[in-house]
Design a protein around this ligand. Structure first.
Ligand SMILES: [Zn+2]
Ligand SMILES: [Zn+2]
Length: 247
């Protein structure tokens, strides 16, 4: 699913309950998060509709290196030499996208949350078990972020993973939260602003603490790693996520 202009110069691609974003400025376009392998045709189609090709993508930025955000990274790198940027603390995870820390056993979630069967089933069909890692990556730090399309401010938001970041575009009123705050948890099927459950979060209390950094942006629009855009502002989203707590 392609959703054009979810914010000024920002476009959403959704496939199998996972979001990628395209961010444009006068100098070109970047991809934020690479989805699952099945995202590929949707990514190419979205780029084409905006007048780009995969070869013209200036960078792939990873909010974090979980398998469901790295799915098309190896292909972009191998076939188009796209520069990939990830926070240093997630560099190892980018090479091994399944070797991540999580608090709770993953298998109990579909049993306790039958709603998750639909999301996890769709993710599996989209290639969730076949993601290849990437080793040839650049460090995503504040100066590197400032040189990207849209010149985002980088917010380090550890907890979901150690190297998780959010991207804030103050002049566009938009915050790309990745999985630091989502509006759909694929592991429970639950909707609404929240942190991702312990099935995929390394440290929930740290993830909850990182929410303050998102709230401080005061961004009107939040674009999440999973689920619909949130249009009622960062403060309200964070308030609900804190109330929802860890699961
Ligand atoms: Zn994640
Ligand atoms: Zn995710």
């Amino acid at each position: 699913m392609f959703q054009r202009s979810v914010a000024d110069g920002v476009h959403r691609i959704e496939h199998a309950y996972v979001n990628s974003y395209l961010v444009e400025d006068d100098a070109g376009v970047m991809v934020v998060d690479a989805g699952l392998p099945g995202m590929w045709p949707h990514l190419v189609r979205a780029l084409t509709r905006l007048g780009y090709s995969p070869g013209s993508v200036r960078a792939l930025v990873l909010t974090h290196a979980h398998f469901d955000h790295v799915g098309t990274a190896a292909k972009l790198r191998r076939e188009y030499r796209t520069p990939i940027l990830v926070h240093d603390a997630d560099r190892r995870l980018a090479a091994h996208p399944y070797r991540y820390l999580h608090e709770n056993a993953r298998l109990r979630y579909p049993v306790q949350h039958p709603g998750a069967l639909r999301t996890l089933g769709a993710m599996t069909l989209a290639g969730a078990l076949t993601v290849r890692g990437v080793t040839d990556v650049h460090s995503l730090d504040a100066p590197a972020a400032a040189a990207l399309p849209g010149a985002p401010e980088l917010l380090h938001t550890p907890g979901h993973t150690a190297g998780h970041v959010a991207l804030h575009f103050p002049d566009r009123g938009v915050l790309i939260t990745g999985d630091a705050l989502v509006t759909l948890d694929p592991y429970t099927g639950r909707h609404g602003p929240q942190i991702v459950s312990g099935a995929a979060t390394a440290d929930s209390s740290e993830a909850l603490a990182s929410l303050e950094r998102l709230a401080a942006t005061g961004a009107p629009t939040l674009l999440t790693g999973h689920g619909e855009p949130y249009l009622d502002g960062a403060a309200s989203a964070v308030e609900q996520a804190l109330a929802a707590g860890a699961s």
